[in-house]
Design a protein around this ligand. Sequence first.
Ligand SMILES: Cc1ncc(COP(=O)(O)O)c(C=O)c1O
Length: 397
Amino acid sequence: MVGWIERAEKVLFQTYARFPLVFTKGEGARLWDDQGRCFLDLVAGLAVCNVGHCHPKVVRAIQEQSSKLLHVSNFYYNAPMVELAERLVSLSFADRVFFCNSGAEANEGAIKLARKFAKDRGKDSSFEIITMNGSFHGRTMATLTATAQEKYHKGFEPMVEGFRYVPFGDLDALKEAISPRTCAVMVEPIQGEGGVRLAPPGYLKGVRELCDKEGILLILDEVQTGMGRTGTLFAHESEGVTPHVMTLAKGIAGGIPMGVVLATEDVAMSLTPGTHASTFGGNPVAAAAANAVLEILIDDNLLEQMAPVARSLKQGLERIAEKYPELVVEVRGRGLMLGMELKEPCRPVVEGCMRRGVLVNCTVEKVLRLVPPLVITLEDVEEALQAIEAAMVEAYG
Ligand SMILES: Cc1ncc(COP(=O)(O)O)c(C=O)c1O
């Protein structure tokens, strides 16, 4: 019988450079492949499975909801969607939320919202959105344009009109770039795809102050940093800043597709009936899963429990960096969104870890990115650190 990989290579678009692994089962921080091999997963569906694979509460919520109602049009209401909206509003700066299906779709919504908000205030020529070099906001045409990394634009030109880029972390450059054409600034609190890059302390606060002074919106893309990933429910909480608009996706529904746009009352009201929509947005099964995720993060104290584990992983990486200064540039990140920048490409390290049963990710070629499920244990951390060190020594030592 021809295997899954051979069959996949014949019929799937060749958009991903996949590793030759077929996963069949997940539980907590572990995955099993079709050969029965077990892996410690520090990729977590790329910062998606924050509460762990197949968390019993998420599975139960999906099972119960799917036996009652799978889908209903947004012409009507459904209870899990309303409950989730209430929870998100009570846990954030936002007064209203809009549901969709992915990070890119949430960011599209935020971009449309910012343009419409400016138009509603008579600023007809204010449609430009400023984003940061190295950012990542999605792969649809507008979010791809918002993504200020040329490598992703190549071959898809012309890009969408109305985006402008400035260096991440540079308030003076941002100030300089804001003009009467600007309607919003869009920024990730920590750049994920850009290499787990943090802005200098006080940067987000400065961005918000500039936005307030200029009467433009601050959109925070928390698609990757949200849902507990950095140690607080949303990354901006630890910076003492709130945005006008925030986007979420990835971890929100425990592995079920969902995106959300959250906004303050006055901003949200710019999207009136008929101006924006998404067929599957607020789907009851996805919403039930997301309600369970929030219950695990908040009511079951996962956010508190993850702190010592996150500290131990970062300290362990720092010890490796100290031991091998010839191999490591630096360790950075917050909570369980950590990056170790290497001096050489990290693909051989990723492969070496995989041979040792540990899944890690590599971004911008030389940054080893660790975004494990938040349920990872101290023993898991030890196992991961041993694999990473051994793989690094094997590849470059
Ligand atoms: C910060 C950020 N925004 C947006 C996206 C796009 O999300 P999606 O792949 O769900 O469209 C990603 C995905 O990696 C992301 O990290």
